[in-house]
Design a protein around this ligand. Structure first.
Ligand SMILES: Nc1nc2c(ncn2[C@@H]2O[C@@H]3COP(=O)(O)O[C@H]4[C@@H](O)[C@H](n5cnc6c(=O)[nH]c(N)nc65)O[C@@H]4COP(=O)(O)O[C@H]3[C@H]2O)c(=O)[nH]1
Length: 663
């Protein structure tokens, strides 16, 4: 590729060659002119001498009269070595006594028209022949001129030196000057522009060449603009646009730095994952603008509670991360978190609307709970979810135990999916027995997971996970169908008609299609609805009251009865019993465990009396002994469930049990 340096080298060679050839032309021309002048001079001398002799010679004997003139001529002209006059082969006169013979050199030329320097130097002798009369007889004389070759060579070599002197130095000087101009005005500026374009560091000085200066100034402007844009982009890519807090990228960077620093100093810091409780509701009901402003408020509140070296970042949506370090004790850290929670829960005025929010915070510690950003984030997130589960508006600290629990829950989810597809579930049945007669009055269906490796798994282990993952919907449908089919089978095969109770979880109950699917199933199986009892817990009543009341009424409307499970353990309210169409109260096992104590018996007695007054039947759960049964009998509780009668058993065993008890 052609570079400027190469181009300049070519240019200089061209200039040097041009200068040299023009100087050479001038020099050669000049040499030729000088050679011509010298030759002409020799010509003139010979011509003049021949004329003088021809006109003045009186007789051949008087030829020596011209000697003095010839001597003078030779003496005056240092380019002439000698002159002689000859007649035929005889030397008549000579300015140099050593020349005694007529030159017979083959190189003697009489033609003096050629004017080349080399030929001038090559001529050894110049000659002219002319005619004179001796007693009226013509005779021919010749004059020979011997050039002084030593002087001639010296003369021409002197001009050659002068030529070299006059051509070499100016050429080198001009070339050097041109090179300097090009280098300082073109090559160096271009090189500085190249470096500037590549490194963007040193801004080149203003340039002398107008076009280059235009390029330089436009480059400077462009780079300045690019730098500003890059800065703006860098800042926006690291900041959350809404709150102005660092975003997750900046958080990652700062955490990486903090982890390195803490690892060196062997220090601990707390990683807090903060999630605003029910933020979606605020967004949905009050609009995104209000939601956005609320998030700004929240970020300001959090900022006001931490110190400069702590980090607050918006992680996305309503999730924030706080990294708190340099606290004296966990107590101090807890104070900080508490302050944030308290301040957040105070009524906030957003667009003239008073809004109450709370937050759930999960805490993981570096390095105890994780020594990478990912692990800390994951563990703080797990802890945050635990805080939510425990009722929100609180902080929960991560522990490895909790982590393991979550991990096994995740594994359980996968296994549950597989189990559902592989039909690994089976319904067990536990009788509801009459306290007085000991006969089976009804039956509760209780699911079991027959795991191929682990054996029977209790519903307490997998139902909560099925609820969390939504698997409870297909599983719940299967349970209902299985319980109804078994009930129908007992009727048809054994003539046993017992109402079957099926547990329905709050999530299953809240599912939009719950009623329609239940209705379809009953219709499809041709099942008598009054033989079905649905067991719900108090949490079902606490949710969307209006919706659930309507649903319960619809269920009751088609003839299905409703039992309230685990009664007395939750937020039992008399209002529920008044409002909701409940058929049966199931007194929780914990009360029966405690029946001997005064307070325990009072509760059981009160519940039985209250149910009686409200025309609601009662089932006491968890009866394990004759004493408990006697007690129930003494307070006129009609029905019980418990190991005392039977544990939950497979359907075939259950039928045998019914046959045995209901004789
Ligand atoms: N120690 C003791 N325990 C007794 C006694 N009598 C009954 N139990 C146990 O008490 C639990 C009663 O069921 P739950 O309160 O509805 O509590 C159930 C229910 O909430 C849930 N569950 C069970 N099956 C299903 C189901 O098919 N669907 C749904 N959604 N949940 C179910 O799992 C929970 C646990 O079920 P299980 O392990 O079968 O445990 C059953 C039963 O085996 C007793 O005398 N002593």
């Amino acid at each position: 590729m052609l570079t400027i340096n190469r181009f300049l080298a070519f240019l200089f060679l061209f200039i040097v060659a041009g200068l040299y050839s023009s100087f050479a032309f001038y020099y050669l021309n000049e040499q030729e002119t000088k050679a011509q002048i010298i030759t002409d001079e020799f010509h003139r001398i010979l011509g003049e001498a021949s004329y003088q002799i021809a006109t003045e010679l009186e007789g051949i004997d008087s030829i020596n009269n011209f000697k003095s003139r010839f001597n003078r001529q030779v003496a005056q002209n240092n380019l002439i070595d000698a002159m002689i006059i000859t007649k035929e082969h005889e030397v008549l006169l000579s300015t140099n006594p050593s020349i005694k013979r007529v030159p017979h050199n083959a190189h003697v030329h009489s033609n003096m028209d050629e004017k080349k320097v080399t030929q001038l130097l090559a001529h050894e002798v110049h000659q002219i022949t002319f005619q004179v009369y001796e007693q009226n007889n013509p005779i021919y004389l010749s004059i020979y001129l011997y050039p002084n070759h030593y002087e001639l060579k010296g003369y021409f070599s002197q001009t050659t030196n002068t030529y070299i002197l006059y051509t070499f130095f100016p050429t080198i000087l001009i070339a050097a000057l041109l090179y300097w101009v090009f280098r300082s005005r073109l090559i160096r500026p271009l090189e500085s522009l190249r470096k500037f374009a590549y490194y963007h560091d040193i801004v080149p000085q203003a340039l002398k060449i107008k076009e280059l200066e235009a390029i330089r100034s436009s480059m400077v402007q462009t780079f300045q603009r690019l730098e500003e844009e890059t800065k703006a982009l860098y800042s926006s890519s690291r900041k959350d646009a809404l709150s102005g807090l660092p975003n997750r990228y900046q958080l990652n960077e700062r955490l990486t730095w903090l982890i390195a620093e803490s690892s060196r100093a062997d220090a601990e810091f707390a990683f807090l994952f903060v999630d605003i409780d029910n933020f979606k509701n605020i967004n949905d009901s009050l609009g995104h603008d209000v939601g956005d402003e609320l998030l700004i408020n929240v970020s300001e509140i959090m900022q006001s509670e931490v110190r400069g070296y702590d980090i607050i970042a918006r992680f996305g949506g309503d999730e924030f991360v706080m990294v708190i370090n340099k606290y004296q004790s966990h107590l101090e850290l807890n104070h900080i978190i508490d302050r944030v929670l308290v301040k957040l829960s105070k009524t906030q005025l957003v667009r003239q609307q008073p809004i109450n929010v709370t937050a759930s915070i999960g805490v993981a510690f570096y390095p105890k709970d994780g020594d990478t950003t990912q692990t800390l984030l994951k563990n703080a997130d797990i802890a945050m979810y635990e805080a939510k589960k425990r009722g929100k508006n609180q902080v929960h600290y991560f522990t490895e135990q909790l982590n393991q629990k979550i991990i096994s829950e995740i594994a359980m989810e996968q296994e549950l999916k597989r189990a559902l597809a592989n039909h690994e579930f089976e319904m067990y049945y536990q009788p509801k027995t009459c306290v007085k007669t000991g006969k089976v009055m009804g039956v509760e269906s209780l699911i079991r997971w027959i795991h191929p490796k682990k054996g029977i798994i209790s519903p307490k282990e997998f139902i909560p996970i099925a609820e969390q993952t939504g698997l409870i919907i297909p599983l719940g449908n299967w349970i209902l169908q299985q319980a109804m089919q078994d009930q129908l089978e007992w009727q048809k095969q054994y003539g046993i008609t017992l109402p079957v109770s099926v547990n329905v979880s709050a999530i299953q109950f809240g599912h939009d299609k719950f009623f329609s699917e239940l209705h379809d199933l009953i219709y499809r199986l041709n099942f008598e609805p009054r033989h079905l009892d649905i067991e719900v817990t108090e949490s079902v009543l606490m949710g969307d009251t209006e919706k659930h009341l309507t649903l319960l009424k619809k269920i009751r409307g088609i003839g299905i009865s409703i039992s309230l499970d685990d009664f007395g353990t939750g937020y039992s309210s008399l209002a529920y019993l008044k409002t909701f169409p409940i058929n049966t109260l199931k007194i929780d096992k914990s009360f029966l465990d405690d029946y001997r104590s005064n307070s325990g018996s009072v509760f059981i007695d009160t519940m039985v009396r209250m149910a009686e007054n409200l025309n609601i039947s009662v089932v006491a759960e968890g009866v394990e002994s004759q004493e408990q049964l006697d007690y129930l009998s003494s307070i006129q509780c009609q029905c019980y469930q418990g190991y005392y009668c039977s544990k939950p058993i497979p359907k075939k065993e259950f039928i045998q049990l019914v046959h045995k008890l209901n004789v």
